[in-house]
Design a protein around this ligand. Structure first.
Ligand SMILES: NC(=O)c1ccc[n+]([C@@H]2O[C@H](COP(=O)([O-])OP(=O)(O)OC[C@H]3O[C@@H](n4cnc5c(N)ncnc54)[C@H](O)[C@@H]3O)[C@@H](O)[C@H]2O)c1
Ligand SMILES: [Zn+2]
Length: 381
């Protein structure tokens, strides 16, 4: 097991990363509890797989527990589910000293964290992230919240967990597609400021995706360390934390056009968040090449690695994709939460490992990059 710390003065907390942590969760959680009582929130899928093992470990550690099982999927991050959850918690006579435990992916983590932030004006919570995406991203950093009909994550709070347990074993049951979507966020940390990690991923990424525990622990630790560093420096995203949005402004536009996972193709979401980020990162580097700050080889290298592991980087090749409309996509980008005074801040890169924030990107260039990405290329004469 590897342990990292997110350093935030009296709100600092450990992240444990390793094999079989759910089975040992009781003992690992015990030291951060005010009283030996927890309330677990999970979804139907994850609950069916791991709740029993978690309950057993809590029993062994003498921790009293209740739980609630919510529907799986993005729809659960809603006002309706938040209300129901808060009422369930209050009906169970949860007290200020009770700790909530989020057992699941980013959906359960964000919802539970937000409930913890506002229940009784704030109770503690612990994250047990079960998707790669939530292990490397959403469980660390204290952003919590729900979606509204105006968009994703527009209502929420900063509320740091007391502990994060990232169990690499649970990733074995995660569908490959979900794993790959999370992998895009892992690659992001390399592209932002860690070229050596990017090189490591080019070599070992496939092993990690195929289940190699050592490779997983290394990648998750490196990603969490990077995120922890940024969060410690800029908890509330007034500066460098925005670098973590690499690929997200463009990605957000594709997500909005596909209903944030709501639009389906063959019964499955047309586009997952991480998949959108993969396309968005490639676009961000293409734009960086276009404005002359990034060597084309670096953009090509990112594209090649994403394709090598099986991520789709070309929005035109997405199965079930709508006919992308450049104007609508650009409009979605203008509605991104990260817009400041009506201006979009882009995360661009001078190369792999050299991302930077750009507040005065030429809109014409952005339009050109988007157009190039989504419209039919005219065949060479
Ligand atoms: N708070 C943040 O900083 C932050 C950062 C990034 C993303 N997010 C949020 O995270 C959410 C996406 O999270 P996600 O990708 O983890 O999605 P998710 O929580 O919906 O999980 C994806 C699917 O995988 C299933 N699942 C989870 N763990 C499993 C396992 N071990 N085995 C089998 N199935 C499993 C879930 O039931 C679900 O159906 C979005 O709402 C996004 O906004 C938040
Ligand atoms: Zn993301």
């Amino acid at each position: 097991m590897r342990t990292l710390t997110v350093s935030l003065a009296d709100r600092s907390y450990p992240i444990h990363i390793g094999v079989g942590l759910v089975e040992r969760a009781g003992a690992l959680i015990a030291p951060v509890l005010k009283r030996p009582r927890v309330f677990i929130v999970t979804d139907e899928t994850v609950g069916g797989l791991y709740l029993e093992s978690l309950l057993k470990s809590l029993d062994t550690a003498g921790i009293r527990h209740d739980h609630v099982v919510l529907p799986a999927g993005e729809g659960t991050k809603s006002f309706a589910q938040l209300e129901a959850l808060l009422e369930t918690l209050l009906a169970a006579r949860v007290e200020r000293s009770t700790t909530l435990v989020a057992l699941g992916g980013g959906v359960i983590g964000d919802l539970t964290g937000f409930a913890a932030a506002i229940l009784l004006r704030g109770v503690d919570f612990v994250q047990i992230p079960t998707t790669l995406l939530s292990q490397v991203d959403s469980s660390v950093g204290g952003k919590t919240g729900i979606n509204t009909r105006h968009g994703k994550n527009l209502v929420g709070a900063f509320h740091q967990p007391r502990l994060v347990l990232a169990d690499t074993t649970v990733l074995d049951s995660l569908p490959r597609r979900q794993l790959l979507a999370g992998y895009a966020e892992v690659v992001k940390y390399g592209v932002i400021d860690d070229p050596a990690f990017f090189g490591w991923l080019e070599k070992h990424g496939p092993e990690l995706l195929d289940g190699d525990a050592k490779a997983r622990i290394h990648a998750i630790s490196t990603a969490c360390e990077a995120k922890a560093r940024v969060v410690a420096e800029d908890e509330r995203e007034s500066g460098c934390r925005a670098l973590l949005n690499l690929g997200h402004t463009f990605g957000h536009a594709f997500e909005a056009e596909t209903g944030y996972g709501a639009s389906l193709h063959n019964g499955e979401a047309t586009l997952l968040h991480g998949e959108a980020v993969a396309m968005g990162m490639v676009l961000a580097l293409d734009l960086s090449v276009m404005i002359g700050v990034c060597p084309p080889e670096d953009a090509a290298r990112l594209r090649a690695h994403m394709e090598a592991v099986g991520l789709i980087v070309d929005p035109r090749q997405l199965p079930g994709a709508p006919d992308w409309d450049v104007e609508r996509l650009l409009e979605h980008m203008g509605h991104d939460k990260k817009v400041l005074d009506g201006r979009v801040t882009y995360v661009l890169a001078r190369g792999i490992g050299q991302a930077y924030l750009c507040r005065d990107t030429d809109p014409g260039r952005v339009r050109a990059a988007m157009t190039e990405a989504v419209t039919e290329r005219t065949p060479a004469p």
